[in-house]
Design a protein around this ligand. Structure first.
Ligand code: AOF
Ligand code: ZN
Length: 328
């Protein structure tokens, strides 16, 4: 399953609106004979890619998949049928497919005599490659990760407005990698005016660029970097997070990285549309300057938005915290 998760991670950012599924095939003796990740929409699912590599060696073997194999004829034929035709004896998947159109693969395989087990690695998959897609399948909305870099006293710029560079080169490199794995990067118009960011993934091996999204009424300067031709950009002239998310969903966006600024993040916080917080905290203090979040709709301490920390680690000299909403 760790290998299947890694195969899914490798195609993350290239499959939306489909999930970045990973699959490995073991032959009857348990030897690895095929690995696959979901191809771009309309092309082969992970199981089909892995089976193609395994060929005849799949017969009597095991398929390990991050998502329950589909049972439907969508843009591609059902994976459950492909696994049966290949003679696979056992299927192990991490999470069930919540898409009612595609679900039923486990039952169909069992009915045909295949041993099916589910749940292995489920937490890792739900927090990993399938997090955004599962959120979208369950809520109908794209998944929003709010990412910021601040000083240890929570400031994203100094008193004079300078903000380059609060976090370390290691943290910045990690964010560029992260950008290649999401469908869209979103900022408020205020951030474009203040920082003129490029919002591209630079210095990475991937080569792909996510959609750039600017939110806010009012025009953008004609020479803003976000309007260059390094990547596609959409300017949404609204302040309503749900209008923004509906429009992004319509464009096939499932996984969004909100990169600032504090006003846009505050609007999403008030609307309860920040699904995950990714903070890069630099071991320095500024003592003055804007904080990462404004007007989150909290006026008293009992109204604080509770989060659960799911991971903490060092990133160079900085601390990276990943937190998600608590089940309130
Ligand atoms: C799998 N393996 O690798 C993926 C699955 O339009 P289609 O035919 O590509 O079907 C998309 C649906 O299939 C998607 O919503 C999800 O339920 C499932 N994706 N299933 O067995 C895969 N990517
Ligand atoms: Zn499939």
């Amino acid at each position: 399953m760790a290998l299947a998760i890694a195969a899914g991670e490798r195609v993350r950012g290239t499959t939306s609106p489909n999930p970045p599924v990973g699959c490995v095939i073991l032959d009857a003796s348990g030897e690895l004979v095929g690995t696959g990740g979901t191809r771009p929409p309309g092309q082969a699912h992970a199981e089909v890619v892995a089976l193609a590599e395994a060929g005849d060696r799949a017969r009597g073997g095991t398929a390990v998949v991050t998502l329950e194999p589909c049972a439907h004829q969508g843009r591609t034929p059902p994976c459950a049928d492909a696994l049966l035709r290949a003679g696979v004896a056992r299927v192990v998947h991490a999470v069930a497919d919540p898409n009612p159109r595609a679900a039923g693969g486990a039952d169909a395989l069992r009915a045909a005599g295949v041993v099916v087990e589910s749940g292995l690695g489920a937490l890792e998959v739900e927090r990993g490659p399938l997090r955004a897609w599962l959120h979208h399948a369950r809520t109908g909305r794209p998944h929003v990760t709010w990412k910021y870099a601040s000083s240890l006293d929570g400031r994203i710029a100094a008193a004079d407005g300078t903000s380059r560079w609060i976090s370390s080169p290691e943290s910045r490199a990690e964010v560029h990698e992260l950008r290649t794995k999401v469908d869209a990067i979103m900022v408020g118009r205020g951030t474009v005016l203040a920082d003129d960011p490029r919002l591209t993934a630079r210095g990475t091996s991937a080569g792909r660029q996510p959609l750039r999204v600017v939110v806010g009424r009012g025009d953008l300067p004609g020479d803003a970097h976000v309007l260059d031709d390094e990547a596609e950009t959409v300017h949404l002239r609204t302040h309503d997070p749900d209008v923004v998310l509906a429009e992004l969903g319509r464009r096939g966006v499932v996984d969004v990285l909100l990169e600032g600024g504090p006003t846009l993040a505050g609007a999403f916080a008030r609307a309860d549309r920040l699904d995950r917080v990714l903070a890069y905290l630099a071991p320095k203090f500024l003592g003055a300057g804007p904080s990462a979040l404004r007007d989150a709709g909290v006026s008293t301490v009992t109204g604080a938005v509770g989060l659960v920390v799911e991971d903490v680690r060092m990133c160079g000299p900085d601390v990276r915290v990943s937190a998600v909403k608590s089940a309130r």
